[in-house]
Structure formats: structure tokens, C-alpha cells
Design a protein around this ligand. Structure first.
Ligand SMILES: Cc1cc2nc3c(=O)[nH]c(=O)nc-3n(C[C@H](O)[C@H](O)[C@H](O)COP(=O)(O)OP(=O)(O)OC[C@H]3O[C@@H](n4cnc5c(N)ncnc54)[C@H](O)[C@@H]3O)c2cc1C
Length: 492
């Protein structure tokens, strides 16, 4: 938002020449004009959540003579316009909105993520139901493959418009990586269950333990529905391609976390080595600490290049995870089918690769050995495309156009099966796919986002704003975190 001077027309305007009658106010070249601009937080949010509107609803409650309960409820429904998962995202989103916040150079970014969590939990505590966009029940059927954040976001936005939605899920429970990847100490399962249930209560049908491409073909799903949204994520852990990795105590990161998160008891021994630098690697190492082992992360670049969320890396360091940088595995030593250690290569950073990150290059002759009781290879993951190979293009994963439609007509896709991303990216893809499915079925055009100038720090007078320290959800002390593997690190 901002006030700009009206541009003076060529030749100028006389006060008496205005169309507004005797006052001539509208024609004055000096009259300030209201210009709508884009707050940087909402602009940086991949799902374009209306963050400023939500914050102002709470901030202005007293001025507008509203109770805080009224304001919190309104804030909750502002979130639900764009996302059905404020409680989940309030716990796991790396909040790019805060990174762009214009207050970050004053007293620190507004604690948007903590507010989102508070408002999400408020909605759950008060059992607030989503608002439908229509009372009409449509005859049109849409199938959603995968119950992760991408699939459930599409199901939510379609159900709001009265579509008959069925979600097919391969696993025995919903949530995708929210349940089987992200550990419970960061995202308790009952929080996830409640946000998923709220979507199912809108009339969304759920079929668990159903693998599309095996139990039902994608073709049959397409025949029985007006549209299909494919959000199968990326659950296949990538292998190291190093000799010895088929030993029984070597896991991929996704397999290791999946086993722990579904409650399986995993014997890890006294030293777990995790290879990789992303969220999966950091979560696996922190889980290993909670299982009572020493944990070492081996990463081939430096700390700055680690793709994991920075707060999670800091959390791992606080919990005693050792991070061995600029090192890569060369060979795994095995004894009687069990891996016992490995030979590692020291690396240095070379020239930037196509992604702009500096390439790790081996230092000739500089190797070392490392012993472990369990090895977790968390280098990356990819989708299982069985049955939907016709949606892939070349070496790419599922290919979608600007309307989120794949190469196959009426079949849409989004989330990690298109490109590995964040929970909030998958939520956005699900929302956009729902918009475009609705457009395809009804002809109602998807509203365009207004192209507004983003307000930056240089457009503002910082000193005009009263100083206020940001409030953030606090983590429990390190020594209390290991009492229970599921203990929430930031309890309510
Ligand atoms: C360990 C780990 C930690 C992460 N931490 C964070 C974090 O802190 N913050 C963040 O923003 N992001 C994080 N991410 C990324 C985030 O979890 C994903 O980007 C997000 O879950 C992708 O959502 P999705 O719906 O595309 O896929 P998924 O969440 O993977 O869901 C896909 C679903 O499809 C189902 N499925 C697959 N194939 C079939 C089939 N053939 N038939 C039926 N169902 C099928 C799967 O079982 C699964 O339930 C993390 C990822 C991992 C692995």
C-alpha cells in the first residue's frame, strides 16, 4: 500500500477544469492517490497466503472493537482461503515470508510462522469447519492420487466447490511425507490427523492401501472421473552406487524415516552415519540421536551449501550431531553381510555447476576410514512412476503445463513428483490444479493474480513504526528432547 502523487498531465490541469464539480479536488495534480502494493511476505510465500491481511486482522482487533476470539477466527478463515494446513505449516514451513519481511533489519522479522501455528491450533481447538464456496453438489467426479499435502490441498479446494472427490492412498495412513518422512518430534501425528480429518469431513472419500498403477490403473481412474490429480510424491530413496550398500544395516533416508515414523523398532547400534545434506539427512541424524546413538552427517560440500532448512541444521548441532563436511563415501566395508565402516574421500570445492553451486572435487590421495553400526544414505529421493510413465518427458519427472495438466488430457499433477520442493509448494500446486480442473469443467476462468509492485524497505520509513520484539515459539531444552522419541520439540 502506498501514497503516490498523481502524475501531472501534459499541459497541466486547472483546478476549475475538473469533472468533479465545484471542488475540483479530483483534478488536482497534488491529490494523493491510493495505490495498492504487494507486501513482501505474501509475495514470498509460495502459496501466496494473505499474511498481511491475517496479521492486521489480529493487530486491529481492539481498534475495530472486536474480541480477540473474533479476530483469531477471522485470521483462521483468511488462512483457509488458500491452505487447509496452517497447523502443519506453522510447525514445518521454513517460512520464506519471514526472510523477506521488511522488519527483519529493524527488530527482526515478524514471527509469522509462530502466528500461523497459533491460529491453526486455535481453529483445531475450536473445531472450526471450512467454509464451502457453494451449497451445490456437483455431479462431476475427481480422483486424487496421493494423500500428501499436494493431494489433500487439491481435494480441499475441489470439495469446497462441491466436487465429488476420492483420494487414493497407497499407504495405510494419510499425509505422505508429513507422516512418513518428517519426524513426530517436529510434527505430531495428531495435529496432522486433525487437519486431514477436517478435509475428509467435507465429504471427501478416502481409499487407503490402494496403489494406483497396480491395484487400479491410471487409465481406469481417468475413465471413471472427469479429472485426475496425481500427487504421488517422491518416496524412493536414491542409492549411493557404492559397493556394499546392499548390507542389512544400510538404509536409504526415506526408508529409515518411514520405518521409525510408522513405529517399527529399528536397532541402530551406537554410531549412525548419515550421508547427505538435505532435510532427510538432518532428520535421520536427529532421529538416530533420539534412538540413543552417536550421529555423524557426512556431506560433500560445505555448511553453506547444505540444502536442509537452516534451523534444522542448528537444531541437529545443538543435539550433538557431528557434521563432517567436504567428505564423500568411496567404499563400504562389510563383514558377514553387515556393513562395519567405509572409506571416505576428502573433497574441495571447484567451479560452480549448472545449479550455481560449487562442484565438490576429490583431493587426490586424501582418504580416511570411518566406522559405524548403521549407515543411512540420504542423498535424495525420486518418485515411483509405475503405471504413469506416459506422463514423464525425457529425463524429467512428470511434466505439467501452466495449467498443471500433464501430457495426458484431464490428468493433472503437482508436488514432489514434478520437482522436489517444500510442503507449501505442494499445497500451492494442489490449489492451482483444483482451480484449473474447475476451469476445465465449468469454463470459469482462473482469476489472475494482480501484478502489484512489492513494497521494499527502501519504500518505507522504518522509524515511523513502533519497535516491537517478535514473538516466536520456543524449543524445549536439549536435555529434555530425548526422553521420548516423539516428544514435540516446540510444545504448545
Ligand atoms: C525427511 C523429510 C523432511 C522434510 N521436511 C520438510 C520440512 O521441514 N518443511 C517442508 O516444507 N518440507 C519438508 N519436506 C518436503 C515435503 O515433505 C514434501 O515436499 C511434500 O510432502 C510433498 O508433498 P506431495 O503431496 O507432493 O507428496 P508426498 O507428501 O510425498 O505424498 C505423496 C503420497 O502419494 C502416495 N502415493 C505414491 N504413489 C502412489 C500410488 N501409486 N497410488 C496411491 N498413492 C500413492 C504416497 O504414499 C504419499 O502418501 C521434507 C521431506 C522429507 C523427505
Amino acid at each position: 500500500m502506498g501514497l503516490l502523487k498523481k502524475k501531472k498531465k501534459k499541459g497541466g490541469l486547472s483546478r476549475s477544469s475538473g469533472a468533479s464539480g465545484s471542488s475540483g479536488v479530483e483534478s488536482s495534480p497534488l491529490r494523493p492517490q491510493f495505490v495498492e502494493k504487494m507486501p513482501p511476505c505474501g509475495n514470498a510465500c509460495p502459496n501466496h497466503n494473505q499474511i498481511r491481511k491475517m496479521l492486521m486482522t489480529i493487530h486491529k482487533a481492539e481498534d475495530l472493537k472486536k474480541s480477540y476470539d473474533q479476530a483469531f477466527e477471522e485470521a483462521f478463515y483468511i488462512f483457509l482461503e488458500t491452505t487447509p494446513f496452517p497447523s502443519v505449516c506453522g510447525r514445518v514451513c521454513p517460512h520464506p515470508c519471514e526472510t523477506e519481511c521488511n522488519r527483519k533489519d529493524k527488530e527482526g522479522a515478524v514471527g509469522i510462522n509462530s502466528v500461523e501455528r497459533f491460529i491453526g491450533d486455535y481453529g483445531l481447538d475450536k473445531d472450526l469447519k471450512p467454509k464451502m464456496l457453494t451449497d451445490e453438489k456437483r455431479d462431476n467426479k475427481v480422483a486424487v492420487v496421493g494423500s500428501g499435502p499436494g493431494g489433500m490441498s487439491a481435494a480441499y479446494h475441489l470439495a469446497r466447490r462441491g466436487y465429488q472427490v476420492t483420494v487414493y492412498e497407497a499407504f495405510p495412513k494419510t499425509g505422505g511425507m508429513l507422516r512418513y518422512g518428517i519426524p513426530n518430534y517436529r510434527l505430531p501425528q495428531d495435529v496432522l490427523d486433525k487437519e486431514v480429518q477436517r478435509i475428509l469431513d467435507m465429504g471427501v472419500e478416502l481409499k487407503l492401501n490402494t496403489v494406483i498403477g497396480k491395484d487400479i490403473s491410471y487409465e481406469d481412474l481417468k475413465k471413471e472421473n472427469d479429472a485426475v490429480f496425481v500427487a504421488i510424491g517422491a518416496h524412493k530413496g536414491r542409492l549411493l552406487r557404492v559397493e556394499g550398500e546392499d548390507a542389512e544395516n544400510v538404509f536409504t533416508g526415506t526408508d529409515f524415516l518411514h520405518r521409525v515414523n510408522k513405529g517399527e523398532s529399528v536397532e541402530v547400534g551406537d554410531h549412525v552415519v548419515v550421508i547427505g545434506g538435505g532435510d532427510t539427512a538432518v532428520d535421520a541424524a536427529r532421529i538416530a540421536r533420539r534412538l540413543g546413538a552417536k550421529a555423524t552427517i557426512l556431506y560433500r560440500r560445505t555448511r553453506d551449501e547444505m540444502p536442509a532448512i537452516d534451523e534444522e541444521i542448528v537444531g541437529a548441532e545443538e543435539e550433538g550431531v557431528n557434521i563432517d563436511l567436504l567428505a564423500a563415501p568411496l567404499e563400504i566395508y562389510c563383514d558377514n553381510g553387515k556393513a562395519t565402516g567405509m572409506k571416505c574421500q576428502r573433497m574441495q570445492l571447484g567451479e560452480p555447476d549448472s545449479s550455481g553451486r560449487r562442484r565438490p572435487v576429490p583431493i587426490e590421495g586424501d582418504t580416511f576410514d570411518m566406522e559405524f553400526s548403521t549407515l543411512v544414505a540420504a542423498i535424495s529421493q525420486e518418485p515411483d512412476f509405475t503405471g504413469c510413465e506416459n506422463m514423464i518427458e525425457g529425463k524429467d519427472w512428470i511434466k505439467i503445463d501452466e495449467k498443471y495438466m500433464t501430457k495426458v488430457e484431464c490428468m493433472f499433477s503437482g508436488g514432489d513428483d514434478v520437482n522436489l520442493g517444500l510442503v507449501i509448494d505442494a499445497i500451492y500446486h494442489g490449489r492451482m490444479a483444483a482451480d484449473h480442473i474447475h476451469e476445465m469443467i465449468t469454463g470459469e476462468a482462473v482469476p489472475k493474480r494482480p501484478d502489484l509492485k512489492v513494497v521494499r524497505i527502501e519504500d518505507m520509513y522504518h522509524h515511523y513504526y513502533e519497535e516491537k520484539q517478535p514473538i516466536r515459539q520456543a524449543a524445549i531444552p536439549v536435555e529434555e528432547r530425548f526422553s521420548d522419541i516423539d516428544r514435540e520439540i516446540m510444545p504448545p
